[in-house]
Ligand binder design. Structure first.
Ligand code: 6PG
Length: 482
């Protein structure tokens, strides 16, 4: 058996796991034990990176023996049944006070269940969202851990040592207890879906409205990346649009099949929001847009359905592009506002204390949605921690006021040209809905009361009312059902 020389261990050495292990090993004070289901991966990692000083182990017993107490292990396996199997093995060889961290994209109810089950053994279980893809895992991800305060004492310094840094602050915080970390990571991914879809709609509108090539549009995005839209996703969009396919010489984006994949985190965000009653319409439309794209059989038969006559061509390309930029920024504000609403509602539902300002700060670097914009969100929550809706914060209200006319022009242009812009238009509808003095929800309440006696409230007195709708009365009494 090895001596207990490692302060942290990683189980699962696929790309994310091995990169995270290398990141850990590269930081002062860390010695990393590694374990993988197949021996070959461990041997390969250790041979390729002698500088890391890994402690290779080949059984759970060896792995546990190589770790100092409290033992701390990060599981980096594909979310699902594999995670449960690894947890069972670790619980078998660990002792009370030790810490098991799941760094995968687990569904937060699974994390809640696992945390409760593992806690019975006296071992700590922490679900930690880790964002930033392969490069982030290696160089510095944004990390969203949940779990107990006790585990954070040991885990905090280790995770801080590997996290990305934004303006001198590490992109990791103890997000909240239980499944809070994976909940926040789930919403991060939902926002990621909305951000990506909005960018895709902006590209499509510019391409079809101005006739610019992907390479020319790449320059537009590169320019946008120097202003208020500066973000990782805008930056990589320019790179993707610039790429030429080596085989055909065409823009790569024209060679890629237009059916977007999804591993499920966007759908979880929407399902959870539906259950919580939080309208994350931008995220939902982004998720549905991927689904729509991925039904080629329906798209093939629907392709003959009529659209508007004539070609779509804007008169002033520069003015249109600026409108699209403003529409993108306004829609992005809505998507983030909705995402933060969902985190707040989740915290209430599950009894977590989540500091929304702290969440926005740890998303400023390392993660996929990292953006200049997150600084503005952090400022908004610093100014008003209980801000009821992010989009009402002064900075965002001003940006929406500045962009709303352009936003409307873009949505109108898209509708008239027959170009789908579900995320742009649903975000605008949300904006108009939330700022409306009066909504037709009153009529919906009337309908509900008519067919199901579901009752309604009145604007002029307290209580719950039901109207006797039947009969030929001209004056219908409202009966207080209390
Ligand atoms: C991240 C990413 C990461 C992964 C997504 C992709 O934060 O690093 O979100 O978790 O790339 O799960 O999700 P889809 O395959 O569903 O697009």
């Amino acid at each position: 058996m090895p001596t207990a020389s490692a302060n942290i261990g990683v189980v699962g050495l696929a790309v994310m796991g091995s990169n995270l292990a290398r990141n850990l090993a590269s930081r002062e004070g860390n010695t990393v034990a590694v374990l993988n289901r197949s021996r070959a991966k461990t041997d390969e990692l250790v041979a390729l990176h002698p500088e890391a000083g890994f402690v290779p182990t080949f059984s759970y017993e060896e792995f546990a023996a190589s770790l100092q107490k409290p033992r701390t292990a990060i599981i980096m396996v594909k979310a699902g049944l594999g995670t449960d199997a690894v947890i069972d093995e670790l619980v078998r060889v660990f002792e009370p006070g030790d810490i098991i961290v799941d760094g995968g994209n687990a569904y937060f109810p699974d994390t809640i269940r696992r945390e409760q089950a593992v806690r019975e053994t006296g071992i700590n279980f922490v679900g930690a969202g880790i964002s930033g893809g392969e490069e982030g895992a290696l160089l510095g991800p944004s990390i969203m851990p949940g779990g107990s305060d006790e585990s954070w004492v040991t885990l905090g310094p280790i995770l801080t040592s590997i996290a990305a840094v934004a303006e001198g602050e590490p992109c990791v915080t103890h997000v909240g207890h239980g499944g809070a970390g994976h909940f926040v990571k789930m919403v991060h991914n939902g926002i990621e879906y909305a951000d990506m879809q909005l960018i895709a709609e902006a590209y499509d509108l510019i391409r079809r409205g101005t006739g610019k090539t992907p390479a020319e549009i790449a320059e537009v995005f590169a320019e946008w990346n120097t202003g208020e839209l500066e973000s990782y996703l805008i930056e990589i969009t320019a790179e993707v649009l610039r790429q030429i396919d080596a085989e055909t010489g065409k823009p790569l984006v024209d060679v890629i099949v237009d059916q977007a994949g999804a591993k499920g985190t966007g759908a979880w965000t929407v399902q959870t929001a539906l259950a919580l009653g939080v309208p994350v319409s931008g995220i939902a439309e982004a998720t549905f847009a991927r689904s729509l794209s991925s039904h080629p059989e329906q798209r093939a038969v629907a392709a003959h359905l009529p659209g508007p006559e004539g070609e779509f061509a804007v008169d002033d390309a520069d003015a249109f592009i600026e409108d699209v930029r403003l529409a993108l920024y306004a829609s992005k504000i809505v998507a983030y506002s909705q995402g933060f609403d969902e985190i707040r509602a989740g915290a209430v539902e599950y009894g977590w204390t989540i500091d929304l300002g702290a969440v926005s700060k740890i998303w400023r670097a390392g993660c996929i949605i990292r953006a200049q914009f997150l600084n503005r969100i952090a400022e908004a929550y610093a100014g008003e921690p209980d801000l009821p809706a992010l989009l009402t914060a002064p900075y965002f209200a001003e940006a929406l006021a500045r962009g709303q006319a352009a936003w409307r022009r873009v949505v109108v242009a898209a509708a008239q040209a027959g170009i789908p812009a579900p995320a742009f238009s649903s975000s605008l509808s949300y904006y108009d809905g939330i700022r409306a003095e009066r909504l037709p929800a009153a009529l919906v309440q009337g309908q509900r009361d008519f067919f199901g006696a579901h009752t309604y409230r009145r604007i002029d007195k307290d209580g719950t009312f039901h109207t006797l709708w039947s009969g030929d009365r001209t004056e219908i009494p409202a009966v207080d059902t209390h």
